[in-house]
Design a protein around this ligand. Structure first.
Ligand code: GLP
Length: 256
């Protein structure tokens, strides 16, 4: 893991945006894994303003609420089209968001995995992190090798996400999410976290033991993951000075 601590969310986001710009310029038919939530919004806004060609890009979103149609304003399908896809020249057939209303959810999940493989695998996976350390909707105690499947949200996550719905009662209990094993197969990951509310989860993810109780901690086993943080999210890191030093003193061959 490479830990990059910036003064604010704006500059931490700029690093992730640059990774995507570089990838799309080097590989116009890249496969991106995308996340929802408030954390990646700045990233999506910034990507919209870059002059990039998305015609050959394929995307796979991490997750979706079960039982919500695409038209529901709380659905991740709606979120992604509203905040990103409609502003790009991406081809709708290359966009994949798990179906919130599948006829056969198990079959759908297996097909989603096959589609990722058929597309050549994910080149770069964007991630946020929940206050309990979840990535995608892989809640604590998720199997560290899990694949795309149905999960049940914890009360904490339903409460956190209630702001996107008209009240807590309307937040679905069930979701479809890529598994931790699916995420781990991405060639590169970038995890973004901003604000002191994320500090505890971030410290556990980076400096705690690898445990299903903090699902994001599995990223310690990933060969190419960058974690881009603002000061607030980095506040509980014990080795922050070291991470700063590493970032500011990269050997020339690595800094390029
Ligand atoms: C949801 C999403 C996650 C996201 C998390 C954090 O649970 N499924 O992918 O990382 O929310 O959301 P936020 O960025 O709003 O803090």
């Amino acid at each position: 893991m490479e830990i990059i601590i910036q003064v604010d969310a704006e500059s931490a986001t700029a690093i992730a945006a640059e990774m995507i710009v570089r990838l799309l310029r080097e590989k116009p038919n890249a496969v991106l894994g995308l996340a929802t939530g408030s954390t990646p919004l700045r990233l999506y806004r910034s990507l919209v303003h870059k002059k990039l060609d998305w015609r050959k890009v394929t995307t796979f979103n991490l997750d979706e609420y079960l039982g919500l149609p695409k038209t529901h304003p709380g659905s991740y399908y709606h979120f992604m089209w509203d905040n990103l896809f409609r502003h790009l020249n991406i081809s709708p057939k290359n966009v994949h968001v798990p179906d919130g209303m599948p006829k056969d959810a198990m079959k759908f999940c297996a097909k989603y995995e096959q589609q990722i493989v058929a597309a050549g695998g994910i080149d770069l996976q964007v991630l946020g992190v929940g206050g309990d350390g979840h990535i995608g909707f892989n809640e604590p105690t998720s199997s560290l090798t899990s694949r795309t499947r149905i999960k049940t949200l914890t009360p904490e996550t339903r409460k956190d996400n209630a702001r996107f719905f008209d009240g807590m009662d309307r937040v679905p209990h069930h979701v479809i999410t890529m598994g931790l094993g699916t995420i781990m197969e991405a060639r590169q990951c970038v995890l973004l976290a901003f604000g002191s509310k994320k500090a505890r989860a971030v410290a556990a993810t980076i400096e705690g033991p690898i445990t299903a109780n903090v699902p994001a901690s599995i990223l310690q086993m990933h060969p190419n993951t960058k974690v881009c943080l603002d000061k607030g999210a980095a506040a509980k890191l014990k080795r922050a000075d070291y991470y700063h030093w590493v970032f500011e003193n990269k050997p020339r061959w690595e800094a390029a």
